[in-house]
Design a protein around this ligand. Structure first.
Ligand SMILES: NC(=O)C[C@H](N)C(=O)O
Length: 335
């Protein structure tokens, strides 16, 4: 038995909650509670995991990911960095709710200092639902984390037989098991029954090549997202600044557009030292610098491919280094 263990990757599963650890009282129930099972129960539900890797489990949090927050992010990232710095851990799987998985994945993508695999996984159906997707997703995620091709690819999300780069993946369905896509770029690979196929690697900076560090960060700066729409008033933007936001992300209409009243209030905010990023409420496409809106003149930053939630993550980290709009724009191009 000892011999069979040789050569197997040592994977640590860090659990944070979510529907993958959720249960409903009866199988037919719509109502359920996220984050009720612990990491040992998740592992025990998939006995075949032992064929893939030598596993250890840790409970970092047990929450619905709608409650994910900066404190858990910092704790999770610190723990992953500590584990991957040792020679005893070859890769990490993080079980996570799907609602904010794209944000946690991108945050880790920017602050994990290792080229060892880090794979996030979740589920759309609770653990005891008919056709629960969690066990197969967990099996595939561990398979991805053990795969030599995962090294150096940055943080990944493995869900419903697809592998996605943290930077490009977004949740695109509220209830379907096929809930994740990378609309602009497509998936980073496929994983069927533990067998992995890779596509193009991500060309942006991440993990071991990232210059962001949380080592000395105790608290991340406040960045708010405001959603643009027809007839949008500027009051909420003013309120965000008044309440201490150091950065604002606009989920703009179209290519990061907003009412002229909002644009004026934001231009004023920039003059007061608040960083402003234009992203979009549209699911795909990019927000280019100075197209309809003159970012050069107004001091705004264009989000490129990053959606509002990911723009917020990058801006929080970027603000730990600078508030110069030109440097911020540079980060949005590189990361
Ligand atoms: N499918 C899920 O995991 C949804 C849940 N609300 C969560 O994000 O934790």
């Amino acid at each position: 038995a000892e011999k069979a263990e040789e050569g197997k990757a040592r994977i640590r599963i860090l659990a944070t909650g979510g529907t993958i650890a959720g249960t409903q009282t009866r199988q037919q129930d719509h109502a359920y509670k996220a984050g009720t099972l612990d990491v040992e129960q998740l592992i025990a539900a998939v006995p075949d995991l032992k064929q893939l890797a030598i596993l250890g489990g840790e409970q970092v949090a047990n929450i619905g990911s709608q409650d994910m927050n900066d404190a858990v992010w910092l704790k999770l990232a610190r723990r992953i960095n500590a584990l991957l710095a040792t020679p005893d851990v070859d890769g990490i799987v993080v079980t996570h709710g799907t609602d904010t998985m794209e944000e946690t994945a991108y945050f880790l993508n920017l602050v994990i200092r290792s080229d060892k695999p880090v794979v996030l996984v979740g589920a759309m159906r609770p653990a005891n639902a008919l056709g629960a997707d969690g066990p197969a997703n967990l099996y595939n995620a561990v398979a991805v984390a053990t795969h030599p091709g995962a090294r150096g690819r940055g943080v990944l999300v493995a869900i419903n037989d697809e592998i996605h780069a943290a930077r490009s993946v977004i949740k695109t369905n509220t209830t379907n098991v096929q809930a994740f896509e990378s609309p602009n770029r497509g998936p980073a690979g496929l994983v069927h029954g533990g067998r992995v196929t890779w596509f193009e690697p991500m060309d942006k900076k991440h993990t071991h090549r990232s210059e962001f560090s949380i080592e000395k960060v105790e608290k991340l700066p406040r960045v708010d997202i405001l959603y643009a729409h027809a007839n949008m008033s500027a009051d909420l933007l003013e309120a965000a600044v008044k309440n201490g936001a150091r950065g604002l992300v606009i989920a703009g209409v179209g290519e990061g557009n907003m009412t002229h009243q909002s644009r004026e209030v934001l231009a004023k905010a920039v003059k007061q030292g608040v960083a402003v990023v234009r992203s979009t409420r549209v699911m795909s496409g990019i927000v280019r610098r100075t197209s309809e809106v003159d970012d050069d003149k107004l001091g705004f930053v264009a989000s490129g491919e990053l959606n509002p939630a990911k723009s917020r993550v990058l801006l929080q980290l970027a603000l730990t280094k600078t508030k110069d709009p030109a440097q911020l724009q540079q980060y949005f191009q590189e990361y």
